[in-house]
Design a protein around this ligand. Structure first.
Ligand code: AMP
Length: 561
C-alpha cells in the first residue's frame, strides 16, 4: 500500500476534520474556529489516534499568517498606518506593559523568578494576528476606523515582539554571566535590531515600492492569469521570507509591508482576490496547529493557574485597551471592539514562551499555561464579539453597506454595523457586479434613464459607482439581506454580471424565489455554466466567449474577408 507522507497526511487530515467539525458547529451556530481548534486537539499528541506532525503543522500555519497579513496590507496604505499612530503606539505599549505586569504578578504567586515572570507576562500581552483579523474580517471591520486602529495596534505589537525576541536571548546571556555588562548586553542587540527593522522598512519604501508594482504590471500585461497568481504568491511569500532571513523581521510584518506597497497600485484588488482561497485554507491550518498543542489534562492539573491566565488575557488586557482607547477620545463602540479583538493570544505568544523554555528562562509549566490560555481565549473570543454585537446600539454584526446617492461617506466608520436600508426604487433594474461587464451595462442603463440599483462586493468599485451617480449597495448579492435591501420583489429585471457562475447560480436562485416574474439575465463562460444558470432560474444567459466569436465573425464579414 502507498503511504501518505507526513506533509500530505497533516494537511489532509487537518482540513478534513476541520471541515467536518466546523460543519457540525455551523448547524448549532457555533463559530467555525471552535471546530478547527477541536480538529487540532483530535490530531494532536495528547489525544489517542492519529497524530499529525506538529512541526509541519506550525510551518503550514505560518504560511496562513503570511497570507493573512499580506491581505491586510493590501487594504492598508502607509497613510492609514500613520493616521492611527497617535493611538496605536501608546495604546499597544501601555497595554503590553500592563498585561506584562499582571503576568509577572501571577508568576510571582506561582513562585517563579522575575525573568520567568517577564517572559510569561510578555507572552500574555500580545494578541494573535490571525484571530484578530478573522474576527475583523467576519464583521467587515478592517476598513473602518476601528479596524485601522486595531491593525495599527497589531503592527506595533509585532514590532515589540521582534524586539522581545532579540532581548530575551541577550537577557539570558546577561543572567548567565556570559556577557560583560548588563546594559551593553541589551543595548547592542537592540540597536542592531532597530537598525535592521529600519533598513527593511526603508528598502521596502524606496526600492520595493517601485519594483514590486512594476513587476506585477509587467506580469499583468502578459495576460496570463496563472502567471499573475504566481507572481502575487511569490511576492507575498518571498518578501516575508526575505524579511525574516535578511532582516530578522517577522514573516507577518514582512508580508504586511509587501501588501501595503501593492495597495497603492490599482492591481491590488486583483492581487487580493488571487490569494483568497489559499489564505483561507492556510488560516484553517493555523487553528488546527494551535489545537494540536493543547493538552486538555492541564485543566485538571492546574485549574486555578489556568483560570488566572485566562482572566489576565480576556479581562486584564481588554480593560487596559478599553481605557486607553477611551482616553484618546474615541467612542465606546471603538473601545469595546478593539478590546474584544485584543482579548486573546496566539502565535507570537507561543514563539515567546517557546524561546523562554529553550533558554531555561521559563519553566515548562509556563508554556503549558500560555498554550491553555491561548486556546481558551481563542474559544472565548467569538463569544465576546457575540456579546458585543448584542450590547452595541446597532446590533447588526456584519453586513453590507448601502451607499446612497449622493450623500453618505463611503469611508464612514459605522457604515458596516448600521442596518441595511432598503432601496426606495421600484420597477428598477438590479445589476450585480461593477466590473468589466457591469460598468458597460450600467453606463447604457444610465444613458437610457432606467432606474438602476447596483450590488457590488468590493467597496472601491461600489464607491466608484456611487461617484458616477449610481445608487449602490456594497455587499455580496448572495447575502439574503442584500437581496432584501435591493427590493427584488418590486424589481423588473436583474442582470448578474459576475464571472463566477457558481455564485451566480446562488444569486439567481434566491432572486427567482423572491420574485417569480423577474426577468433575470446572467453571464457565463461555457455551455455547462449556461445550463447551470438556467436551471437555477435565469431567463437569458449570455455566454461571453460566444459573443466574442460572433463579434469577430461580424468584423470579418464587414471587412469583406
Ligand atoms: P468583471 O469580471 O471585471 O466583470 O468583475 C466582476 C465584478 O463583480 C467585480 O467588481 C466583483 O467585485 C463583483 N462581484 C463578484 N461577485 C459578486 C457578488 N456575489 N456580489 C456582488 N458583486 C460581485
Amino acid at each position: 500500500m502507498h503511504h501518505a507522507t507526513p506533509l500530505i497526511s497533516t494537511i489532509v487530515v487537518g482540513l478534513v476534520l476541520a471541515f467536518i467539525l466546523a460543519a457540525i458547529g455551523n448547524r448549532f451556530r457555533i463559530s467555525p474556529l471552535v471546530g478547527y481548534l477541536l480538529a487540532g486537539v483530535l490530531i494532536g499528541p495528547f489525544t489517542p489516534g492519529f497524530v499529525a506532525d506538529q512541526r509541519l503543522a506550525n510551518d503550514l500555519a505560518e504560511i496562513g499568517v503570511i497570507l493573512l497579513m499580506f491581505g491586510v496590507g493590501l487594504h492598508f496604505t502607509l497613510d492609514d498606518l500613520l493616521s492611527v499612530r497617535a493611538v496605536a503606539v501608546p495604546g499597544a505599549v501601555v497595554q503590553i506593559a500592563s498585561a506584562t505586569l499582571l503576568g509577572m504578578g501571577l508568576a510571582y504567586l506561582l513562585g517563579w523568578s522575575l525573568v520567568a515572570g517577564l517572559v510569561f507576562g510578555l507572552a500574555l500581552s500580545v494578541a494573535s494576528t490571525v484571530v484578530l483579523l478573522r474576527a475583523m474580517q467576519e464583521r467587515r471591520l478592517i476598513e473602518t476606523e476601528r479596524g485601522r486602529i486595531a491593525v495599527g495596534w497589531l503592527v506595533v505589537e509585532d514590532l515589540v515582539v521582534i524586539l522581545a525576541l532579540v532581548m530575551i536571548p541577550a537577557m539570558a546571556g546577561a543572567l548567565q554571566g556570559s556577557e560583560t555588562t548588563g546594559i551593553s548586553a541589551l543595548a547592542v542587540p537592540l540597536l542592531i535590531t532597530f537598525g535592521k527593522v529600519g533598513a527593511f522598512v526603508a528598502l521596502m519604501l524606496i526600492v520595493g515600492k517601485r519594483l514590486i508594482p512594476l513587476l506585477l504590471h509587467y506580469v499583468a500585461h502578459s495576460g496570463s492569469r496563472e502567471l499573475f497568481r504566481l507572481a502575487v504568491l511569490a511576492i507575498a511569500l518571498g518578501v516575508a521570507l526575505g524579511a525574516s532571513t535578511l532582516f530578522e523581521v517577522s514573516f507577518a510584518l514582512g508580508a504586511f509591508f509587501a501588501g501595503m506597497i501593492l495597495s497603492e497600485s490599482e492591481l491590488s484588488q486583483r492581487a487580493a482576490q488571487e490569494t483568497l482561497p489559499l489564505r483561507d485554507a492556510f488560516a484553517v491550518l493555523f487553528f488546527v496547529s494551535v489545537g494540536m498543542l493543547f493538552d486538555p489534562l492541564i485543566l485538571w492539573r492546574e485549574p486555578f493557574a489556568v483560570l488566572a491566565t485566562v482572566l489576565i488575557i480576556v479581562f486584564g488586557k481588554s480593560v487596559a485597551a478599553y481605557f486607553i482607547v477611551r482616553l484618546f477620545g474615541y467612542p465606546k463602540s471603538h473601545a469595546l471592539t478593539i478590546s474584544a479583538s485584543l482579548a486573546q493570544i496566539g502565535e507570537f505568544s507561543f514563539i515567546l514562551a517557546g524561546l523562554g523554555v529553550t533558554l531555561s528562562l521559563l519553566p515548562e509549566r509556563g508554556r503549558d499555561l500560555v498554550l491553555a490560555g491561548a486556546i481558551i481565549s481563542i474559544l472565548l473570543n467569538p463569544l465576546l464579539f457575540a456579546w458585543l454585537d448584542r450590547y452595541l446600539p446597532k446590533p447588526k454584526p456584519a453586513g453590507p453597506v448601502n451607499i446612497p446617492q449622493p450623500a453618505g461617506d463611503p469611508e464612514s466608520e459605522e457604515g458596516s454595523s448600521a442596518p441595511l436600508p432598503a432601496t426606495k426604487l421600484s420597477n428598477h433594474v438590479v445589476l450585480v457586479g461593477y466590473g468589466r461587464v457591469g460598468r458597460i451595462v450600467a453606463e447604457g442603463l444610465k444613458q437610457a434613464n432606467k432606474p438602476l440599483l447596483l450590488i457590488e462586493a468590493i467597496r472601491p468599485a461600489a464607491v466608484l459607482a456611487r461617484d458616477a451617480g449610481i445608487e449602490s449597495i456594497h455587499g455580496n448579492a448572495a447575502d439574503p439581506e442584500v437581496a432584501n435591501a435591493a427590493n427584488l420583489v418590486n424589481a423588473r429585471c436583474m442582470i448578474v454580471a459576475i464571472p463566477d457562475a457558481f455564485e451566480g447560480g446562488q444569486i439567481v436562485a434566491a432572486a427567482r424565489t423572491a420574485n417569480p416574474n423577474l426577468l433575470i439575465i446572467a453571464r457565463s463562460h461555457s455551455d455547462e455554466e449556461t445550463e447551470h444558470l438556467k436551471k437555477h432560474g435565469a431567463n437569458i444567459v449570455i455566454m461571453g466567449e460566444q459573443e466574442i466569436a460572433t463579434a469577430m465573425l461580424a468584423n470579418l464579414s464587414n471587412a469583406a474577408i
